[in-house]
Design a protein. Sequence first.
Length: 160
Amino acid sequence: MKRIALLCCCLTTYILATAQPDAPTTETPKEYRSTAEKINDLVHTKLDARFDIPKAQLNGKVWLTLKPHFYPTDSLLLDAKGMDIKQVAIVKGGKNNTLHYDYDGLFLNIHLDKTYNNNEQYTIYIDYTAKPDEFKAKGSAAITDAKGLYFINPRGEVKD
């Protein structure tokens, strides 16, 4: 009987000790960081990338197949930091039809040829040169710069 009473006492102590709620945290996020609005769904990417190592540049041609996520859209906004944009076109019938766009060195805002619904796919062609070493911008607290492409010692200036 003493063993049963001792077992019950130990079991009760264990349950009470582990059943305590965690202390509430007083730390709150320092800034609100919302998720970017989803306007388009990426369906397929085809990339032709050629590196110019001595210049620390990437010469690229990309074909992006997209479709509106939900609502109809007549534009496409892409993050395109530190690039030279040579051509933006929509591919129709195997031909590139030039599109109007705005580029501020950070974002490429493409004006589509029409309004596309969520059941319509379209393919955008972009001919560009990425120059990450010429782009100067600060990143965030976690990632201290804003490059998406890095060339490490492309000219062999640092030995070993």
